[in-house]
Design a protein around this ligand. Structure first.
Ligand code: GLY
Ligand code: MN
Ligand code: MN
Length: 441
């Protein structure tokens, strides 16, 4: 049994040690695997491990629980997991079993998941604080309360139940926010696969193409590289581009339509998140081009803020200013720049924020604000920069030529010591580059 994670076993051990150091000697940390979800009767959705458990173990199976017990003499990192079972493995594929959890995944000790009920109360006893992610898996929340009550029932016999319950994310999210060299390697790979997928979609574009045909191109490239979609791929032709989380992907691109593609690969758990908006026929109209140039300028303005020491929010503010300025000069908005920004008039065409953290989750964990203030960018932080403009089809406040145009440009960056690295480098981005790419296909 060999772990296929892209991160060396010592990397996980280091993360667990760091987390335990932060939690303290009197703490215990409990992390269940993601539950399997039924899609239809007795078939399941593709299984995706819980990001926190994956981050700390690389263990891919359901029905597992990681328990970290800092300072415990007989082992600090314990995994409860399914036992080997030749009959079941014949149907569902191999399992690591507790032996494999120790040998291939570097656990100090491992037990059958069926023994959890018997063993966990004893591990909780004598610990002051429990770190756990409450409210994510209600069924497991109730089990944990049951184990705590079992310890509480023993108080008269001298048992000491934990009496502080803390949000695990408080410690772990902050760790996950800063990507290590090994993680960045995987994120570069996810980005490179996604760049190739977007190129395949641009190559396949033509008037009359269905959105699902382009989705098939994207996801063919993902799977051919041992990756999968990090989120439901968005392929919106024409006015469908204005629906921010459009997922139907059943429309057809007409001659003269733009197609907005927001799709990214997940590789070894790490996501990329790219958007491009290209003309189905390879040439932008004058209005499409004007708005695309404007979004590109907003993205460049945000990108210029991507360096250490700058508040995270500065990128969004720079994009909003560039977009608003452009909308005013094109006549889609009327008024003064400062006022249109201050009273949010631009939100008529730009409703979302300019980005989000990116990592094991496409909308990754980590605080954006600290003590009410935007946090400052630091090396190792990875995020998207994704300004857009969406003119509703029924917006009669602007001439008809603008209506139904939806554009977003989204790239992924990592903050470095002296600036940033564009993870999604190499994919045609400006209208000019996209037209040239499509002309050469
Ligand atoms: N694809 C989801 C997002 O861009 O945030
Ligand atoms: Mn996206
Ligand atoms: Mn995004």
């Amino acid at each position: 049994m060999r772990a296929v994670t892209g991160i060396p076993a010592q990397g996980y051990a280091r993360r667990r040690r760091q987390l335990m150091r932060m939690a303290g000697e009197d703490a215990i940390l409990v992390l269940p695997s993601a539950p399997e979800r039924i899609r239809s009767r007795d078939t399941h959705y593709p299984y995706r491990q819980d990001s926190d458990l994956w981050y700390l173990t690389g263990f891919p199976e359901p029905e597992a629980v990681l328990v970290l017990v800092p300072g415990r003499r007989h082992g600090e990192a314990l995994l409860f997991c399914r036992e080997r079972d030749p009959e079941r493995e014949g149907w569902d594929g191999p399992r690591a079993g507790p032996e494999g959890a120790v040998e291939a995944y570097g656990m100090d000790d491992a037990y059958p998941i069926d023994d959890l009920d018997e063993i966990l109360p004893g591990l909780l006893e004598g610990r002051t604080r429990v770190y756990y992610h409450f409210g994510l898996d209600t069924e497991f929340d109730l089990k944990l309360i049951g184990w705590l009550n079992r310890v509480r029932a023993q108080v008269r016999l001298g048992a000491q139940p934990p009496h502080e319950f803390l949000e695990l994310g408080h410690l772990l999210d902050e760790m996950r926010l800063f990507k290590s060299r090994d993680e960045l390697k995987l994120m570069r790979r996810a980005a490179r696969i996604s760049v190739q997928a977007h190129e395949a979609a641009m190559r396949a574009a033509r008037p009359g193409v269905h959105e699902y045909e382009l989705q098939a191109e994207l996801e063919r490239v993902f799977r051919a590289a041992d990756a999968e979609p990090a989120y439901a791929s968005i392929v919106g032709a024409g006015a469908n581009a204005c629906v921010l989380h459009y997922r139907a992907n059943r429309g057809q691109a007409r001659d003269g339509d733009l197609v907005l593609v927001d799709a990214g690969a997940e590789y070894r758990g790490y996501a990329a998140d790219i958007t491009r908006t290209f003309p189905a026929n390879g040439r932008y109209t004058r209005e499409q081009r004007a708005l695309h140039d404007l979004v590109a300028a907003a993205q460049a303005a945000a990108l210029a803020q991507a360096r250490p020491g700058v508040p995270y929010e500065a990128g969004h503010n720079a994009a909003v200013e560039a977009l608003t300025e452009g909308l005013l000069s094109l006549g889609l908005l009327k008024g003064k720049l400062e006022k249109t920004i201050a009273d949010g008039g631009y939100k008529r065409y730009y409703r979302h924020k300019t980005g989000h953290w990116l990592g094991l989750d496409v909308h990754d964990v980590g605080d954006y604000r600290i003590d009410g203030e935007s946090r400052l960018l630091e090396p190792g932080m990875v995020f998207t920069i994704e300004p857009g403009l969406y003119v509703p089809v029924d917006d009669t406040s602007v001439p008809a030529k603008w209506r139904g145009i939806g554009i977003r440009i989204e790239d992924n960056v990592v903050i470095t010591q002296d600036g940033h690295e564009l993870l999604t480098e190499g994919l045609a981005r400006s209208a000019e580059e996209i037209e040239a790419f499509m002309a050469a296909r």
